[in-house]
Design a protein around this ligand. Structure first.
Ligand SMILES: C[S@@+](CC[C@H](N)C(=O)[O-])C[C@H]1O[C@@H](n2cnc3c(N)ncnc32)[C@H](O)[C@@H]1O
Length: 294
């Protein structure tokens, strides 16, 4: 899938985009974790993460689920957390440092989801929360992660469901794009919505040699204090290319005209108290490495 893409250009763009987004995600993190924390708990349960284990977190961003896993595996365990973006990792390291001894068992490493550069069979569990969808070749990426697991080791990962079911991520970008007359991203391009079909995902994981694959649809309860808070969240995590288009059209990335489209689209999620409740679908994957040495 997508192998005709210029891989090098894709990876360079991903690194640059996520470096640029790192400060925005740091700003947005608290409100995002109010919903996303539920997914972390689910992944640790699906992976059956236990004290003493060695765990890999792929696409860790600002450090989740790695930091939560570090607490669970404890002093006798170890967590390696990887990401393509040095800036995301810089903030993740700072957060881990703030936790003192609790996160002394965690190491952050710059690596692409498709080239982890780690020892085969070294991990009991591979976790990823919204990181796998950035792979160019899904099957090759999954096979690479499977080889990092010991026989019987488990992949527990979350990806987004279809854009229309994951408004917390899709609504803002879709309404901005529509207001700027931009076409939607091609569905199989590496990005948040490239792994939205549970059946396709299952086939790809099996093709990569995983067994016992299950994909659980999970409704993640994202909530915001107001429409304004949701617009601020969306602004913080909007990729630079979209901000550039807003600037070209309206003179500034913060032009009121552009963000009014997001406000209008978000209004249907208002609760009685003036807040916003935006449940969004994640697909939570559990898959085992049968350990055939492939
Ligand atoms: C949506 S964030 C998720 C971060 C974190 N796991 C969380 O749930 O908050 C996606 C992360 O994937 C990383 N990423 C993007 N493309 C990647 C790639 N090709 N290889 C590894 N990480 C990548 C980004 O830098 C970013 O930190």
């Amino acid at each position: 899938m997508g192998t005709s893409l210029d891989r090098r250009a894709v990876k360079d763009a991903q690194r640059a985009t996520w470096d640029a987004l790192s400060a925005g995600w740091a700003e947005a993190q608290e409100v995002f974790e109010r919903g996303a924390g539920l997914v972390t708990g689910r992944l640790l349960d699906l992976g059956d993460v236990r004290p003493g284990q060695t765990v890999l977190d792929v696409g860790t961003g600002l450090g989740e689920p790695a930091l939560t896993a570090a607490r669970r595996v404890g002093r006798t365990g170890r967590v390696v957390a990887t990401d393509i973006s040095p800036e995301m990792l810089r903030i993740a390291r700072r957060r881990a440092g703030g936790l003192g001894d609790v996160a002394a068992n965690i190491e952050f490493v710059e690596a692409d989801v498709e080239a982890q550069g780690l020892s085969p069979g070294a991990f009991d569990v591979v976790l990823s929360r919204w990181g796998l969808m950035f792979a160019v070749d899904h099957v090759a990426a999954f096979a690479g992660l499977r080889r990092l697991l010991r026989p019987g080791g488990v992949l527990a990962a979350a990806v987004w469901g279809p854009a229309e079911d994951a408004p917390v991520m899709a609504l803002g970008f879709a309404s901005l794009s529509a207001s700027l007359d931009l076409p939607p991203a091609p569905p199989d391009a590496p990005g948040p919505f490239s792994m939205t079909d549970p059946d396709v995902l299952t086939c790809e994981l099996e093709a990569a040699g995983f067994s016992g694959v299950s994909v659980l649809e999970t409704r993640v309860p994202f909530a915001f204090d107001s429409v304004g808070a949701f617009v601020a969240f969306t602004r913080a995590v909007t990729p630079p290319f979209l901000l550039d288009r807003i600037r070209e059209r309206h003179g500034s990335p913060d032009a009121r005209e552009a963000w009014r489209a997001v406000e209008a689209a978000a209004a249907r999620f208002r609760t009685g108290s003036g807040g916003l409740y935006i449940p969004s679908k994640a697909l939570c994957v559990q898959a085992s490495n049968p350990g055939d040495g492939g």
